[in-house]
Design a protein around this ligand. Structure first.
Ligand SMILES: [Mn+2]
Length: 432
């Protein structure tokens, strides 16, 4: 059973309002340059760029029109279906808002969607986002999913993930529910058999892709409809948080933000961003500061044990540590304990401002794969994460000597694996 995913969520807002500005590394161009734009328009049928096609880059525009039309066809073919939209176990604003946009598009075709995730919303801003906008995402733990009548769903959809970060996916697969659509901007994680695929690693946020769908006419936003305003606000939040407050945004993301700016509610967004950190999250950040070691511009900190609900403190601590002078990469990790299931997992986050460091490569290289060939983690531009299940060693922490010893073993092992890459003298695997 793979309750915990091999990747963790990567999308976080920085702790300070002063993140290091950075340019973007070269990336794979997946646009279909060779496609004749006029042909695409022709095949696009009823899809028209209602909001000024010349405002988007030509190539981006043609990919958008083609994908929007494909998605429209998919929805037409599945009218009246019930679908599960599965998010990563710990969904972020990009995933949540994009899923909501999918749900609203699908509603027009009488497709009933349920947005589910297995873990928790542990970031204070995510909780605020869901509460303040009424975003219809539901926690569905693994045991919960097993009690559901899965045969009533005709398909499932993966948004802002490719199934590798959700514990729910194996269960849904086992139940024989077909994969309808995958819409994501992370690097391709493996073979996917899906009716519709739109994976664009060059785009900074899945919210950008969805905004383009809306703009292409899949759901024209209307500022007199409250739900549209709230969804636009959520998408704006998702887009901003995945682009480091637009600092890593590219033209397409800015275009999308520009479009959303006509509909979103700035006050509502402000209220979401005002959400405060809990004391426990602050304590984890404090531990990361105390425990950090800095070597070769890498800041590495183990923070010990955390409750499941505070898991998000780890990426927030990494966001903070990477802001230190002379640090380009921060790695923070801890043992997350799930009281309900007596499960423990080592969770870690990486943040980098170093253009030549690929978080996906770095984490895969550092921690390798489990016995079934699954990587313990991966990443996208400037951020990455990992999860290492502790299996048999989980629990029994009431014996404090044992708990302490267990932490020390994991702490030492993780540091060893990281320092192997951080100190190129010891090992020639370079990040340049
Ligand atoms: Mn994302």
């Amino acid at each position: 059973m793979q309750f915990h995913s091999s990747l963790t969520q990567f999308e976080r807002l920085p702790l300070t309002t002063d993140p290091t500005p950075e340019a973007n590394p070269d990336e794979v161009d997946i646009d279909k340059e060779s496609l004749d734009a006029s042909l695409i328009r022709q095949s696009a049928g009823t899809i028209t760029s209602t909001e000024g096609g010349n405002s988007l880059g030509q190539r981006a525009n043609s990919v958008t029109l083609q994908k929007s039309e494909e998605l429209r066809q998919l929805m037409l073919a599945h009218c009246h279906d019930r679908q599960l939209i599965i998010l990563q176990d710990f969904p972020d604003p990009d995933a949540l808002s994009s899923a909501w946009a999918y749900l609203l598009i699908a509603q027009q075709y009488d497709i009933k969607c349920e947005i589910v995730y297995a873990g928790t919303l542990s970031h204070q801003e995510n909780i605020a986002l869901v509460k303040l906008t009424g975003l219809p995402a539901i926690r569905c733990s693994l045991p919960n999913l097993k009690t559901k009548d899965l045969s009533s769903y005709q398909g499932y959809v993966l948004i802002d993930n490719q199934g590798t970060t959700s514990g729910l996916v194996p269960v849904v697969q086992q139940a024989g529910i077909p994969l309808m659509a995958v819409i994501d901007h992370h690097n391709l994680q493996g073979d996917l058999k899906s009716e519709f695929v739109d994976i664009r690693p060059a785009v900074r946020a899945t919210a950008t892709i969805f905004t383009q769908y809306l703009q292409a006419g899949l759901l024209p936003l209307d500022s007199s409809i409250n739900q549209h305003v709230k969804c636009a606000t959520a998408l704006m939040h998702g887009l901003r948080s995945d682009t480091n407050l637009l600092m890593q945004a590219k033209e397409e993301d800015f275009m999308a933000a520009g479009y959303l700016s006509r509909f979103y509610d700035a006050q509502l967004l402000n209220a979401i961003l005002q959400a405060n950190r809990s004391k426990r999250v602050m304590d984890v950040i404090e531990r990361s500061l105390k425990n950090r070691i800095v070597q070769n511009n890498f800041s590495i900190a183990g923070v010990g044990y955390l409750r499941y609900d505070d898991r998000d403190a780890i990426p927030q601590a990494a966001d903070f540590l990477v802001t230190e002078e002379n640090v380009h990469t921060a790695l923070v990790y801890g043992i997350v304990h799930d009281e309900d299931e007596e499960l423990e997992v080592v969770v870690g986050s990486l943040r980098t401002t170093k253009l030549t460091l690929d978080p996906d490569e770095f984490i895969k290289e550092a921690f390798g794969q489990d016995s079934s060939g699954r990587f313990f983690g991966g990443g996208r531009t400037s951020a990455g994460g990992f999860e290492i299940p502790m299996g048999f060693l989980s629990g029994s922490n009431e014996n404090s000597a044992y708990a302490k010893m267990k932490w020390e073993v994991f702490d030492t092992q993780i540091k060893q694996k990281l320092l192997r890459l951080v100190n190129p003298k010891d090992n020639p695997i370079q990040s340049e």
